[in-house]
Design a protein around this ligand. Structure first.
Ligand SMILES: CCCCCCCCCCCCCCCC(=O)SCCNC(=O)CCNC(=O)[C@H](O)C(C)(C)COP(=O)(O)OP(=O)(O)OC[C@H]1O[C@@H](n2cnc3c(N)ncnc32)[C@H](O)[C@@H]1OP(=O)(O)O
Length: 208
């Protein structure tokens, strides 16, 4: 006897597969050198696909929800959300008091020619620092983020990102982290201040 996944999960998996395809499409778009008639033809195909997806829409991307394995997930998140084409998506793992993730940026993240845009690496660190604060029981909104860019960040290369919660004072907590090459060479370092909004202590609200 086979047990089928709940239909809602099958739909979410299909949504994540669609998002992965759109990521591929974005990279292909950033790198394509096909000629103008082909560009025009593909644009028309995509306009048709967009209209099909808009046949039924929701007001906001997928919210925080409990996944089948019991963990909290946010498929609509711009950094970790499998159902958000903007996300890498980053798969964050807990490592004691720290969090870490393997990541590989893509050509669509180009900033200076041949390397990743600084805002993109800052966004990844912002999220990871925030997850470190959350892992320490101090989930909050980013109040400030300080970033030091040590070396250009390559795309298409496996890298590591890591963050840890370093101290707390009332509703304020600080995390620090870095993106490094696999050999540990620091590429980008960041520190962040996260503040737990007052409402969250009695009425927890999801992060953006
Ligand atoms: C159920 C949900 C759980 C989910 C669990 C899963 C978690 C999964 C993790 C995901 C991780 C995502 C990580 C990315 C997270 C974003 O991307 S968040 C988006 C970007 N950030 C924002 O939009 C924040 C916008 N700002 C705000 O909402 C509010 O200004 C804040 C930050 C909540 C603070 O508001 P507030 O609580 O009213 O602050 P306030 O009472 O005025 O000040 C409190 C203290 O903080 C200081 N302070 C306030 N703002 C600042 C500032 N900007 N700089 C320095 N100090 C400040 C004040 O001076 C004051 O200090 P003291 O006088 O107490 O010493």
């Amino acid at each position: 006897m086979t047990i089928e996944a709940a239909p809602v999960e099958a739909r979410l998996q299909a949504l994540c597969e669609l998002s992965a395809q759109v990521r591929d499409l974005m990279d292909a778009t950033a790198l394509t050198d096909v000629q103008e008639p082909e560009l025009t033809a593909v644009t028309a195909m995509l306009a048709e696909a967009t209209a099909r997806l808009r046949a039924v829409t929701r007001d906001t991307p997928r919210p925080f929800e409990i996944g089948p394995d019991g963990s909290l997930r946010h498929l609509g998140n711009a950094v970790t959300g499998g159902a958000n084409p903007h996300a890498l998506p980053l798969v964050v793992e807990r490592d004691g008091a720290a969090v870490h993730a393997r990541l590989s940026f893509r050509p669509m993240h180009e900033g200076p020619p041949g390397s990743v845009h600084g805002g993109i690496s800052a966004m990844i660190l912002d999220h990871l620092l925030g997850q470190a604060a959350a892992a320490a029981g101090a989930a909050g909104m980013t109040a400030s983020l300080t970033v030091h860019y040590r070396k250009p960040v390559p795309y298409g290369t496996p890298l590591l990102a890591r963050a840890e919660h370093v101290r707390a004072e009332g509703r304020k907590s600080w995390s620090e982290g870095q993106i490094t090459a696999l050999d540990g060479t620091p590429l980008v370092e960041a520190t962040g201040l996260f503040i737990t909004p007052t409402g969250w202590t009695t009425h927890p609200a999801p992060l953006p």
